[in-house]
Structure formats: C-alpha cells, structure tokens
Design a protein around this ligand. Structure first.
Ligand code: SAH
Length: 424
C-alpha cells in the first residue's frame, strides 16, 4: 500500500478545493514512512481519498499535490500529459512562435482554420528566436517545475524535491516533446535550505550554446545568457508589459529603473523615445544591455551602474526631468514580516520618481512580490498623490504574461503587478 498522509479533522477543505500545498499544520498522521520525494496519497480525517502528492519531510510544503483522481497516479503518463498541455497553451492558444523565421504571418485564427493550423505547428520551430515560459509550476499543474524556452534551448528551474529526484524522467520527456538542442538546469538560491535539495547549475541534456542565445520579443532582439544571467536568463513575465509601456514612450525622455539587460528601455527606444537612461546595479546585466542596444541599432540609450535608490536621489539633486519613469525592482518581500519594509522601499522609489516626472508624465510601477497586492500598490499611489499634490491617474493595471498562467485554485501563482499611470 502506498504511503498515506491523513489530514486533521476540519483541515481538508483547501485540498478538496485543489490548492496544491499541504503544510505540516494540516497533517494528523503519516503512515508507511515515505521517503522524501516519494508519492503519497492524501486522505481526509474520515479516510476519503483527496489527492496524490509528493512528500518532503524537510519542506514547509510537506506535500505538493498533482492529481485529484485516484486512478491517475504521479507517474510518467501524468508528467507527459501536463507537459503536452503546457506546450499546447503556448504554441496553440497563445501562438507564441508557432512559425519559422521568414515565413509569412499566419492567417487570422478562425474556427475554420484552427485544425489545419494546429497540424502545421511543430513542437519547436528551429531558429525561431522564440522565448516563452513553457511550464510555470503550479500554474501548469506541475508544482516545483519551471521551464523556459530560449530559441532552441530549454532552461529548467526546480524548486521542489519531489520534482528534483524525478529530473531525469522530466528531462527525457522535455527532449522528446519539445525537441530542444539542449536543456540547462538553473538552481534558485536558498532552495537547498528550503527543500533539502542539493542541485547545481549545469547541462541536463544535449548541446548548449557557446554564446548568449539571441531571442526576439516583438521586434526587439536580446542576448540571453542562460548559464549565468539572473533567474533563467530573462524576465519573460514582463513581455507584454514591456510592449504596453512602450506604447506611451514616443517623444519622451525615459528613465528605466532596474533595467537588467534593457528590457523596458529598449522597447521604449524602438517605439520612439527621445532618450532612454537605464539604471541597474549589475555590471554583467548592463554589459548585455549595451550589447542589446547595439544589436538593435538603438543609439538613444545609455546605461548607468549603481544602486537605483541612490541614483534617483542623485538625479533629483541634479534637477533632471523625465517624461516617463519605470520602476521594476526585484522581489522586496519574501515573507509576511518583510512587507512593511518592502512598502517603505516602494514609497521611497515612487516619491523620487514623482520628483523626476514632468507634468503629464508616465509612471510605471511594477511589483513581483505576491505578498504585496494590487490594492496595496493603489493605496500607496493614493497616499503619494495627496502628499505630493499631484493627480495620479491609473491607466492600466496589468499582470504577468499569459505564458505564466494563474491557477484559479492557487492564488499564489498570481504575483506580478504592473501599473501604468499618468501623473499631472
Ligand atoms: N526590467 C527588467 C527586469 C528587472 S529585474 C527587464 O524587463 O528585463 C530587477 C533588476 O534589479 C535586476 O537586474 C537587478 O540587478 C536589479 N537590482 C536589484 N536591486 C537593485 C538596486 N538596489 N539598485 C539597482 N539595481 C538593482
């Protein structure tokens, strides 16, 4: 008999509701002594089957749930089905890179040509320069597994031990289904401590590129260093937001705060910004940002290294003005206790940004901390408007790109906010 995790009385509701994380506090008993990473059945106190999950005694996420059908265990078939579903979303529904470079754009999608079009699509069109998140952990029913596609390569991030011990079977399935030239493993800092999982960056399968991969995002090309860049190399979650923000950039002097390899700024430059200044503390990121500006023949762009908080103060002191300020900082709040300090950080950044903004300026506020909600960001803007006596109009409230789908039963899979505001 497979190992069982029995829940405490009255604690089963979230899991019948298909939330995928079982914390220790909900657990009454564990039977048959599962090893870390083993599959377990989760049962209610009354003894009813709820879900199949992967167990890890070292993690706060004691069981991660993957299947709510007793007859569907966690095995190769389940992983294959989930990977295929995930790819169908990106290549089919979202039409991300469904055609080869140089090929004429596909006809508009109608019910009539849907089947023919799906049949034409290949799992991975070579040379497409396509980049997208292929698998988004809980968002794709695969808690602990993130896979990004950069042209012909995949970058895998593993954040759960149960997935970690199954990495060979997952890598084989990805090679077969997505047909990349190679798969590279990137580890997230702290994951060894959180999950008791020791992994190291390195190739998992196939051949890896000798140079940074070049991807294309809405007509702008970027070098991506999949072996050494931040996260998996590029912030794909902001793809649609970069394009949305660029629509406001024409004729403006743009300040791109926390610019990484130039994402927002280069899109703005291409959309006709008068001048773009990118700020970031990472020298390697700025080296790539400059290379990216050259790659796209954009010469109205410059980058400055340093701490954004200090740089904003210096720009205010120097009396500089901008028509658009973008703030896309890293995650400030990783735990509830860090939220007040994080909010002070956003307040400081936005206060200085407002000082730099001309009347009729555009302020872009991004936040990738799931613990900080859209409502909290709107409340902060409301306070700042009153304090600085400026009218702030919120024009767009945006989230993560749809290749980072939010699982309706896992609100934590919604994390990114991007507010585009006009400041009078
Ligand atoms: N806007 C980017 C992604 C930004 S990620 C894009 O579209 O690709 C956040 C960036 O903030 C990282 O590049 C990191 O190097 C930088 N960073 C973190 N803390 C910083 C600080 N205090 N000052 C300047 N840059 C910082």
């Amino acid at each position: 008999m497979s190992a069982r995790v029995v829940l405490r009385a009255g604690r089963a509701r979230p899991f019948y509701g298909r939330h995928p994380w079982v914390y220790p506090g909900a657990i009454e008993a564990v039977t048959n002594d599962p090893a870390d990473g083993d599959a377990v059945e989760v049962h209610s106190h009354a003894g009813n089957f709820i879900a199949h999950g992967l167990y890890n005694s070292k993690s706060k996420l004691r069981v991660r749930l993957y299947s709510w059908q007793q007859e569907v265990p966690i095995d190769e078939h389940l992983f294959r089905a989930r990977i295929e579903e995930a790819i169908r979303l990106r290549d089919g529904i979202l039409r991300m890179g469904a055609r080869r470079e140089g090929e004429a754009p596909a006809e508009p999608r109608t019910i009539d040509n849907l089947d023919a079009e799906t049949a034409r699509q290949e799992p991975h069109p070579p040379g497409s320069r396509q980049a997208c998140r292929l698998i988004f952990s809980e968002g794709d029913g695969l808690s602990g597994l993130t896979v990004d596609r950069y042209d012909r390569w995949l970058v895998v991030q593993i954040t759960g031990l149960g997935i970690g011990v199954r990495r060979d079977i997952l890598a084989d399935l990805l090679m077969e289904i997505a047909q990349p030239e190679g798969i590279f493993l990137r580890t997230e800092r702290g994951i060894g401590r959180l999950e008791g999982l020791e992994l190291h960056d390195g190739p998992l399968r196939g051949k890896l590129p000798d140079e940074p991969v070049v991807i294309e995002e809405a007509g702008v090309r970027f070098h991506v260093n999949i072996a050494e860049g931040q996260k998996t190399g590029f912030y794909l979650d902001q793809r649609d937001n970069r394009q949305a923000v660029a629509r406001y950039a024409s004729g403006r002097r743009v300040l791109d705060g926390f610019c990484y390899t130039g994402g927002f700024g280069l899109h703005c430059a291409r959309a006709g910004a008068m001048d773009v200044v990118g700020l970031d503390s990472s020298a390697p990121a700025l080296d790539l940002a400059r290379a990216n500006a050259d790659l796209n023949g954009l010469d109205s762009v410059s980058f400055r290294a340093g701490d954004v908080f200090e740089q904003l103060d210096a720009l205010v002191d120097a009396g500089e003005r901008f028509g658009m300020v973008i703030l896309d900082p890293p995650k400030f709040a990783r735990a509830q206790h860090a939220v007040p300090e994080a909010m002070r950080g956003y307040r400081q950044l936005q206060t200085q940004a407002l000082r730099l903004l001309d009347a009729d300026g555009i302020l872009v506020v991004c936040c990738c901390s799931g613990l900080i909600t859209r409502e909290m960001l709107e409340e902060l803007l409301s306070q700042l408007a009153a304090e600085t006596r400026r009218r702030i109009q919120i024009l767009e409230v945006r989230g993560q790109s749809p290749d980072h789908p939010v699982a309706a039963t896992c609100p934590e899979s919604s994390y990114l906010k991007c507010l585009i505001c006009r400041v009078l």
